[in-house]
Design a protein around this ligand. Structure first.
Ligand code: HDD
Length: 714
């Protein structure tokens, strides 16, 4: 038997690795004399190659004479270009466009009765977290305000391994079986022959697939609602979608559905506003999250659980394994159990947000799966896709994916292995007394579910009702939100070039709500309405509305976390301006000043007031409400500006609150709203003063201002 390699040689290699890390981590730099020293405050390190070689000149390639050919000796040039040529990795096949932040999850109280998961054992327990928000359909460089589902992927670095709750901002999904996922994604993304449209569902392939997939109808109601155009990642809900299991120390299982509820309430934008925001600032959601966290306004969500047992599951009208169904909160309340706070942006977008790898299979002991066929299929796909995207089975060696708890295993080698087991034993059992051992006590205890049945390919009858909850969602919306759903369907189907596809979609709408179907049919110019689709379920139940499904019902009560855009000119009333700014900041909201010149204006007291936006670079779509504080003397120039007119007209059309001084009246006239003033257009400072105006802003939008859509023939 060969002599055992003494462990000390093995540790030598780990020592040199540690030294390299120390050099890098301690920000040691090389002086001009080559000596290594601790970088002094603000000291500029010497540029080196990736191999550590100091670089003399990074401005000029090595050549023969001033105008001669470049030389292959130029290893610095070659390495720099080589690395540049290979900077890109494959974008995610879905959810390509995303944005992430670090934070923590804090447990409110022990949930030991339901789960043995360590992070839920002690009140106040804080678990590091990383969250990536995303759209689904668009390519990596597409715009933020697409009408789309939003990914809400949460990685919790628990002491028993990473838990990835890979959810969306919508609690149901288009399909009931993962085998249809490639088809659904192919249908929504750009069409293969023409490579457009991207980041939008308003095209024939998507609606053709949907019109032939009745199970998608509930999801369609959500995606055509304002949920799909959220004002901010900070103002949207997150859902685990599937039924999961919590398993306690006794091995008892409780079914669970996960909800993330934003502390600042729910808010969407208007569709016309979304279209304009994409033009004005394609990175709108990213900037919003970055600015909030950098300003210390840490977004927060409450984790709420719907907990239920097998009896409830058996008695519920729908199959709890069906991912196109919800359990209304009025039927089963969601219990708050903790909070998620995002308080730190990544240091480097690629290193963290692009390289982060979420997997639904990552669950700690005490969290387990149900037989939801979509979840089961997802559990295969996520690990698989990381290999393609990150190029190696060692993607957990990338810091953002590495567990933050002790880990020991025998996995070795593979591309880019940063760590390998040391010592002789790379297997177990072994007689070298080295390496980790499994533990039946601490290890993951799969729930002892009894399973039986034949191998079949079929959809359960219990999954067959595709319209009842779609209808329940629709009738739970306020009239304004219902108008928005009808308008969105009309807009989307107006982009569909094949009439029979439009008709097929409307035939499904007839099984959801006839007024909705008639409104959309009429708006599309149907000569006659199609027959209702052959519903997969002979009867559709008329379920009670669920107010929890409405954004407006779940809106905030305050303007906190929002942004007021104040239009100013030379001569602005400095007392009014500072009073308004103070009132908004007291509301923990933000203010931005917009002026004819971004440099700023001279106020009424002669002081200089810098602006943040020039009028055509700061359209009102970037703000939640506006205030118009021009001074009389400067109105002429402003009235010549088409962007000043649009600033006011858009704010009014998007149902925003508008504060204004009397001098701004000509601007209201120019914007064509002087004869339509309503309670959302408020003269400042007003009898009740500025705090009354700010309190009004807490209503966010005056949707009643929208022209009432003439609903189709009932
Ligand atoms: Fe998925 C990424 C959420 C269905 C396969 N999915 C991905 C992301 C989110 C979701 C948030 C982005 C993660 C990140 O930020 O990196 N996906 C969902 C939800 C679903 C869902 C809530 C339905 C309830 N997904 C779904 C199915 C499959 C996948 C049915 C395949 C069978 N999803 C993937 C993937 C992705 C992914 C292809 C692409 C990038 C990645 O995994 O890391 O594996």
């Amino acid at each position: 038997m060969a002599k055992n390699t003494s462990p000390k040689t093995a540790t030598k290699s780990s020592k040199s690795t540690a030294k390299a890390a120390q050099i890098h981590d301690q920000k040691l730099v090389r002086g001009n004399g080559g000596e290594l020293h601790q970088a002094a405050e603000g000291e500029t390190p010497i540029l080196t190659t990736a191999q550590g070689g100091p670089v003399a000149d990074d401005q000029n390639s090595l050549r023969v004479g001033a105008r001669g050919p470049l030389l292959v000796d130029d290893f610095h040039f070659r390495e720099k270009i080589f690395h540049f040529d290979h900077e890109r990795i494959p974008e995610r096949v879905v959810h390509a466009r995303g944005y992430g932040a670090h934070g923590f999850f804090e447990t409110y109280e022990s949930l030991a009765a339901y789960t043995r998961a360590d992070l839920f054992q002690r009140a106040g327990e804080k678990t590091p977290a990383f969250v990536r928000f995303s759209t689904v359909a668009g390519n990596k460089g597409s715009f933020d305000l697409a009408r789309d589902v939003r990914g809400f992927a949460v990685k919790l670095y628990t002491q028993e391994g990473n838990w990835d709750l890979v959810g969306n901002n919508i609690p149901v999904f288009f399909i009931q079986d993962a085998i249809k996922f490639p088809d659904m994604v192919h249908a929504v993304k750009q069409e293969p022959d023409r490579a457009f449209p991207q980041a939008q569902s308003a095209h024939d392939n998507f609606w053709d697939f949907i019109s032939l997939t009745p199970e998608s109808m509930h999801m369609i109601m959500w995606v055509m609602s304002d949920r799909a155009i959220p004002r901010s990642f900070r103002f949207m809900e997150g859902f685990g979608v599937h039924t999961f299991r919590l398993v306690n120390a006794k091995g008892e299982s409780t079914f669970v559905k996960f909800h993330w509820k934003p502390k600042l309430g729910l808010q969407s934008v208007a569709w016309n506003e979304a279209v304009k925001i994409n033009g004005a600032d394609p990175d709108y959601h990213r900037r919003d999250l970055w600015n909030a966290i950098q300003a210390g306004n840490f977004p927060e969500w409450e984790l709420c659980l719907q907990l239920f047992d097998q009896d409830f599951a058996d008695s519920f009208d729908f199959d709890i394994l069906d991912p196109t169904k919800i359990i209304p909160e009025e039927v089963l309340p969601a219990k708050p159990v903790g909070r998620l706070v995002l308080d730190r942006m990544p240091e480097n977008f690629f290193a963290e947000t692009e390289q982060v790898a979420f997997m639904t299979q990552n669950v700690p002991p005490g969290i387990d799966f149900s037989n939801d066929p979509l979840l089961q299929g997802r559990n295969f796909s996520y690990l698989d896709t990381q290999l393609k995207r990150l190029g190696s089975p060692n993607f957990t060696h990338i810091p953002i994916n590495a567990p933050k708890c002790p880990f020991h295993h025998f996995q070795q080698d593979g591309h880019m292995a940063m760590r390998n087991p040391v010592g002789r034993a790379n297997y177990q059992p072994n007689s070298w007394g080295e390496g980790p051992r499994e533990s039946p006590v601490a290890g993951f205890p799969h729930f002892l579910a009894e399973e039986r049945g034949q191998k079949v390919r079929l959809r359960p009858e219990s999954f067959a009702d595709h319209y009842s909850q779609a209808r329940q969602f629709y009738i739970s919306q306020t009239p304004a939100e219902q108008r928005h759903i009808a308008a969105a369907l009309t807009f989307e189907l107006s982009k569909v070039e094949t009439p029979v596809i439009r008709e097929r979609v409307v035939s499904h709408l007839m099984n959801i709500d006839e007024t909705l179907a008639n409104t959309v049919g009429e708006k599309l110019g149907f000569q006659s309405m199609p027959k209702p689709a052959d519903a997969a379920m002979p009867t559709r139940q008329d379920l009670e509305p669920s107010p929890a499904l409405s954004i407006v019902e779940r809106g905030p009560k305050r303007f906190e976390g929002r942004k007021l855009g104040i239009l100013i000119t030379d001569g602005v009333d400095i007392d009014l301006l500072t009073g308004l700014q103070d009132a908004i900041l007291a509301e923990k909201a933000e203010v931005a000043l917009i002026a004819p010149k971004v440099g700023g204006v001279t106020a009424s007291d002669g002081s200089w007031v810098p602006a943040q936006f020039m009028i055509d670079g700061g359209p009102s779509v970037l703000f939640d409400a506006v205030a118009l504080l021009p001074a009389n003397g400067a109105m002429d120039d402003l009235l010549q500006e088409a962007t000043a007119r649009d600033f006011v007209a858009d704010a009014f059309q998007h149902c925003k609150f508008i504060g204004h001084v009397a001098d701004a009246f000509p601007l209201l006239e120019r914007a064509g709203i002087a004869d339509k003033l309503d309670e959302g257009v408020i003269e400042l400072p007003g009898e009740d003063g500025l705090s009354a105006f700010v309190a009004e802003l807490g209503k966010l939008r005056l949707w009643a201002r929208e022209p009432c859509v003439k609903l189709g023939k009932a």
